[in-house]
Ligand binder design. Structure first.
Ligand SMILES: [Zn+2]
Length: 477
């Protein structure tokens, strides 16, 4: 049987998180009432002139730099013509001749690098809404800035392609390019897929468009690879075509073609004169790029010895990773910090304790968090006590140490208070005391449990055990 090797590439569109659109001052906001964010420029009125949004250029440059792309010497734009109801101007402004970035690479979870062929800036089209058999056009999305990132066809499986998209999304989020939410359409993915036979012959390439979740990317590719393999093994030829993924039926099917690329009638965009990229500006952007997530992940797992799973939780967002790093500066126990973030802190944010739902809203500093974790790790506060303090930190400006005292949660390790607690435990459990005197050592655990309960978890277990033993010896009948 012939063996075939998958050849997969990704084309990813990311909406840039700018305040305004790419070529006009209309707000770049998701969820506004349809066509309320549109002006002469983005709705394509005659005579309206585009002006490049510098913030969009900066964000695209950050993305290109983070991927290690070589940057174009000059920035220029082109018109891509086609006639469709989502394109009020009749053309889209994009970068065809000279993409902003070329080369560069994306690091996958396995450590493999996939080359980036090109990264360019372009404007989004309007959105078509289908309601009750009718179609409407929402102009709010027309002119929203996008970066399109095209990888080399170097993914070797559906799972690897999915990982590539996840890693690219993570990188774009960490450099602050945009929110990259596939559900809201601010990150969109097309894939191209073919099979290479053992003799090196490459099959026809099929493009699958508009994949809007990581699961769809994986499933559509897995299905398409199986379809192509079955066709080639049956001696049938694969048509070069564009297909769509039908998630409900679990299959890809051909999409009606708009038109071939030869008919796009490419033209340089004369309303946006080309200009030389400002190298000083690029150097400034490069200097303040954050450490990429792939390198953070490696450091967390290899140097800080976090479990892979814990590292993933910490890397959930730039805010989370930055919080972890900042707390780490005041702690020698990365695992305890990560574990408290992943469990206790996350649980409080999920339940919106004291109205706080995100790390960015926390009223305390990573420094305070590190101190709290230290109180728990050192045993100065029991785990339940530390949890209570953390909850209180969401509304109190006081340091964890102060809260420990103020809330009366300090450990009881010695002194008359501990003696009294243990005495009350002995009196409360006379049968356990009798058992202990009869030589049943397990009864000591019952007495200890009673003492700890009476202290509300504050008594230090070792100290309480020693005190119980001492009291029982002193009070021999
Ligand atoms: Zn506008």
């Amino acid at each position: 049987m012939t063996r075939f090797e998958p050849v997969i590439g990704l084309e990813v569109h990311c909406q840039l998180g700018t305040l305004s659109k790419l070529f006009c001052a209309c707000a770049n906001t998701f969820g506004a009432p349809p066509s309320t964010l549109a002006c002469e420029t983005c709705s394509g009125q005659p005579g309206a002139l585009p002006a490049l949004n510098g913030e969009a250029l900066d964000l695209a440059l950050r993305a290109a730099l983070a991927l290690g792309c070589e940057l174009a010497e000059r920035v220029s734009f082109d018109r891509k013509h086609y006639s469709y109801c989502d394109l009020p101007k009749g053309f889209q402004i994009t970068q065809a001749r000279t993409p902003l970035g070329t080369g560069g690479s994306l690091e996958l979870s396995s450590g493999k690098h996939v080359r980036i062929e090109r990264l360019h800036l372009e404007e989004d089209a309007a959105k078509i809404l289908h309601r009750g058999g009718e179609s409407f056009v929402d102009l709010n999305r027309a002119g929203v800035p996008l970066v399109e990132c095209v990888t080399a066809p170097e993914f070797a499986s559906a799972a690897e392609a999915r990982d590539g998209l996840e890693r690219l999304r993570e990188l774009l989020v960490f450099v602050g390019a945009g929110e990259c939410d596939m559900e809201r359409g601010s990150l969109r993915c097309d894939v191209n897929v073919s099979l290479r036979a053992a003799d090196g012959a490459l099959g026809e390439r099929v493009e699958i468009k508009n994949l809007n979740s990581f699961v769809h990317v994986h499933d559509a590719l897995a299905h398409e690879l199986a379809r192509q393999r079955a066709m080639l093994e049956g001696g049938r030829a694969i048509a070069r075509e564009t297909r769509l993924w039908d998630a409900e039926r679990g299959e890809t099917r051909p999409m009606r073609e708009k038109e071939g690329s030869a008919e796009y009638r490419w033209l340089p965009e004369a309303d946006l004169p080309e200009f030389a990229l400002d190298r000083a500006r690029v150097a400034r952007l490069a200097a303040c790029l954050p450490e990429p997530p792939a390198s953070r992940r490696r450091r967390y797992v290899e140097e800080l010895r976090l479990d892979r799973e814990l590292a993933e939780v910490v890397l959930e967002s730039p805010a989370s990773s930055d919080f972890f790093e900042a707390a780490l500066k005041h702690s020698r126990d990365p695992r305890a910090i990560a574990s408290w973030m992943a469990n206790e802190l996350r649980a409080l944010l999920r339940e919106r304790a004291h109205g706080i739902a995100a790390l960015e809203e926390l009223p305390f500093k990573p420094f305070d968090f590190a101190e709290l974790v230290e109180l728990a790790s050192s045993g100065r506060a029991s785990r339940p006590a530390a949890r209570t303090i953390l909850r209180e930190m969401l509304r109190s400006p006081r340091a964890p140490r102060e809260l420990l005292r103020a809330l009366g949660l300090e450990r009881i390790e010695e002194g008359p208070e501990l003696d009294e607690l243990c005495q009350r435990a002995l009196e409360a459990r006379p049968e356990a005391l009798a058992d202990l005197r009869a030589g049943k050592l397990r009864a000591l655990e019952a007495l200890l449990g009673a003492a700890l309960a009476l202290s509300g978890g504050r008594a230090h277990p070792d100290a309480a055990r020693a005190t119980l033993v001492r009291l029982v010896r002193e009070q021999r009948p």
